[in-house]
Design a protein around this ligand. Structure first.
Ligand code: ADP
Ligand code: MG
Length: 391
């Protein structure tokens, strides 16, 4: 959980704005993607973690049907009928929460009264740590509790994803919300996107992660993303015809099968599909290595994952490559790779805990030597997932 000071600040601002204390407060963390890149829509596996940065969402019931919602960092308030939220053009941040309100209305029936709410967090926005999932999941938990309901974790995650897809207009898979909801302290979350099972995998206590935000954003991300998805689907159709067993997604194809058949495929389909197929195998191998407590070998899989992104999927960029290349030479670093969609954003670095501080400084200055200014580096720990903390 982020420092109690975020919660204290939220409670003080809530009281000053609404003249009373909240009846409920929920918390949801951001997340990092550790291994398993672009595997979710190929029905594969991901290892991720909830982190010790997150968002608090506080709410109190009202006697009328009005909903008042304040973003605690910018202190901007929107007002809407709790039973009939509408998408906002000007306050786009509010759509993440309005979507949650609308979907909770579908699930629990229209609310008979409104609420006053405010949220505040310390997940940097738009840096690949999923402040959006932290906001959605904390809002759903708090507003459900305010209505006396408690939803299964998977439903919270799916509702958050739908709010983001349909209300914020962001195409995202379920990974961010599932990681925020199913996170556990000192554990990674192993996600299976075919069965929608999410299980904790213990993580060695003597290592931690550094997130390096390059702030790079490369153009044509939507086009490139769609191209990758199309190629993966075409490759799955190729393997469905070529292999003797059923293939409904790349999840069903092994690396050995790829190696045997890729020469018969369209060259680019072969290249793109190598990445999710290899990633699935690395995730499964990584789970075993963590069970054995072998963080060093796990780190090598992270470097392999990045190399696969760079060469096969081509979703890296010079900034991310620079972080990963620099990480290879930093004492205490065990692995590094891009984290999330790619084409910019953040890289995740696995480092021995005792070397984390010096490694962070070394990475920031190596990046600055190359690009003129340092990337943002922050240490993150695997932390407990979303929960109601008050009320
Ligand atoms: P990421 O999830 O990687 O941080 P996104 O672009 O998916 O990046 O989500 C960021 C958006 O979520 C912000 O632009 C804002 O609209 C909304 N948001 C999330 N958390 C907050 C917050 N604490 N205050 C205001 N807006 C927030
Ligand atoms: Mg997001």
């Amino acid at each position: 959980m982020p420092s109690e000071s975020v919660l204290s600040e939220l409670l003080a601002k809530f009281a000053a704005t609404y003249g009373r204390d909240p009846a409920v407060v929920a918390y949801a963390p951001g997340r990092i993607e550790v291994l398993g890149n672009h595997t979710d829509y190929n029905e594969g596996y991901v290892l991720s973690a909830a982190i010790d940065y997150g968002t608090f969402f506080a709410a109190a019931p009202r006697d009328d049907g009005t909903a008042r919602l304040t973003a605690g960092d910018i202190m901007e308030t929107v007002e809407f009928p709790a039973a009939a939220p509408e998408r906002s053009e000007s306050a786009s941040w509010s759509n993440y929460v309005k979507g949650c309100v609308a979907l909770l209305g579908d699930r629990l029936g229209p609310p008979d009264r409104g609420f006053d709410a405010m949220f505040l967090g310390n997940v940097p926005l738009g840096s690949g740590l999923s402040s959006s999932a932290a906001l959605e999941c904390s809002a759903i938990l708090a507003l459900a509790r305010l209505r006396g309901a408690s939803l299964p974790k998977l439903d919270v995650a799916k509702m958050g994803q739908r709010a983001e897809n349909e209300w914020a207009g962001v195409k995202c898979g379920l990974l961010d919300q599932a990681s925020s909801v199913f996170g556990e302290k000192d554990a990674l979350v192993m996600s299976d996107f075919r069965t929608c099972e999410f299980k904790p995998v213990s993580f060695p206590p003597d290592v931690c992660f550094l997130m390096c935000n390059t702030h790079a954003k490369h153009a044509l991300v939507d086009g490139a993303y769609n191209e990758r998805r199309d190629r993966c689907e075409r490759a799955a159709r190729f393997f469905a015809a070529a292999l003797p067993h059923p293939v409904s997604a790349l999840r069903d194809v092994s690396w050995d099968e790829w190696t045997e058949h890729h020469g018969d495929m369209d060259e680019l389909d072969a290249k793109r599909s190598a990445h999710p197929i290899g990633e699935d195998e690395r995730v499964l191998a990584g789970v075993e290595l963590l069970r054995e407590g072998d963080a060093a070998a796990f780190g090598r899989l992270m470097f392999e994952s990045h190399e696969s992104s760079r060469t096969y999927f081509e979703n890296s960029c010079p900034e991310l490559d620079a972080v990963v290349d620099a990480a290879r030479g930093v004492p205490g670093v065990l692995g590094a790779r891009l984290s999330g969609g790619g084409f910019g954003g953040s890289a995740v670095v696995l480092v021995e805990r005792r070397a984390a501080e010096t490694a962070a400084a070394a990475l920031a200055s190596a990046y600055a030597r190359r690009f003129g200014s340092p990337c943002d580096v922050r240490a993150v720990s695997c932390s407990e997932g979303a929960r109601v903390v008050r009320g």
